[in-house]
Design a protein around this ligand. Structure first.
Ligand SMILES: [Zn+2]
Ligand SMILES: [Zn+2]
Length: 353
């Protein structure tokens, strides 16, 4: 069905979180953009701050000052650009954090997360932490949220649930297998929830921060061991055999090394950590590197992926809303960045309304 472009009725100015400079964000005012071909304008109802936002503001020079921030957002379609076929004004959608065109070679290979046609410096959605934002490739980069799923549940499918669940999927974990997950930040906790959802027999999380230890148990970890002696404890808990799957969810060389050390021969090390400013990481060649599999995962996106994750939520197999430890108004976004950056007050995810 073809929808004619519509005016964004009623909205003239919006406020948005921008990178002001290294280590600093601001809440600035903009004119409301009109959606171009393939785009929709989305009025944001819920968004959040991600670990990669902190990297982009603090560490990555390729994100210039003035860049609108945010890529995990839910909202209502306010205006529809030319050529958008499956969305109309008033639809409640979740946006994929990586947008896709649906027609390039990579999209046709069913790898929309590495779509080659959108955006600079990458196809990451920018501007989601705003009263409204433009979404590229809207037919492919979003989906309508079923009425039975609320915004707080759906928020996670845009990014961290997809990444966390993919860490387990790409490891090829089978029901009943043993999994160790290094670090229980927001993504690591999603990996723990995924291991439970997909039927792991033994889930061992590695974490030292008390609030996160408790959250790991709530989401399905059978044991939570401290980082200091994780390798030994995991060996003990698996009778010396090691785990079938070890997941690196921190982005550090030390935890990657530990993943290899606790993985059984023939098992899989699955890496989803963002290695931030580390120029490179190395893979240990001691032990039996040759008898293990190593997979890395980029957040899978696209409408089919979003629908799959929403189905898991809708079927009651997973509920990640406990991760939303704090609520704030979007206008307080700078405070939210400070809180998220310093992990203060036990913050895991902040719901920005
Ligand atoms: Zn993110
Ligand atoms: Zn594409």
């Amino acid at each position: 069905m073809w929808s004619a472009p519509t005016q964004n009725a009623g909205m003239t100015k919006i406020r948005a979180c921008i990178k002001e400079g290294p280590g600093k964000v601001a809440y600035a005012e903009f004119d409301v953009p009109d959606p171009g071909p393939g785009q929709v304008l989305v009025r944001t109802t819920l968004t959040t701050i991600c670990g990669s936002d902190i990297h982009m503001v603090d560490d990555f020079d390729m994100i210039p000052p003035g860049m609108p921030m945010g890529h995990e957002s839910i909202g209502i379609v306010e205006a529809v650009g030319e050529g958008v076929e499956t969305l109309r004004r008033g639809d409640r959608i979740v946006a994929a954090c990586l947008t896709s065109c649906g027609s390039c070679e990579r999209c046709e290979d069913d790898e929309p997360q590495v779509c080659s046609t959108h955006g600079a410096p990458m196809n990451l959605l920018f501007g989601g932490q705003a009263e409204a934002f433009l979404l590229n490739g809207a037919d492919f980069s979003s989906t309508i949220i079923p009425a039975s799923i609320d915004d707080r549940q759906a928020l996670f499918v845009s990014d961290i649930m997809s990444t966390g669940f993919a860490a387990i999927e790409r490891a090829g974990m089978e029901e009943g297998q043993t999994v160790a997950i290094f670090a229980q930040g927001p993504v690591g906790l999603c990996v723990t929830a995924a291991a439970k959802t997909y039927g792991a027999g033994l889930i061992i999380a590695v974490e030292g921060i008390p609030g996160r230890v408790a959250m790991a148990k709530k989401l399905g970890a059978h044991h939570v061991v401290s980082p200091e002696n994780a390798v030994e404890e995991i060996r003990q808990l698996t009778g010396g055999r090691g785990v079938d799957v070890a997941v690196e969810a921190l982005g550090r060389q030390a935890t990657l090394d530990a993943c290899f050390a606790v993985t059984r021969f023939g098992g899989t090390v699955s890496s989803v950590g963002v290695y931030g400013t580390e120029g490179s990481v190395s893979i240990p060649l001691d032990g039996s590197f040759y008898h293990r599999r190593f997979v890395t995962t980029l957040c899978p996106t696209g409408r089919k992926r979003l629908d799959h994750l929403l189905r898991l939520i809708g079927d009651g197999l997973v509920d990640l809303t406990p991760l939303l430890t704090h609520d704030m108004a979007l206008a307080d976004v700078a405070k939210g960045y400070d809180m998220f950056r310093s992990h203060s007050d036990g913050v895991i995810k902040i719901a920005l309304r």
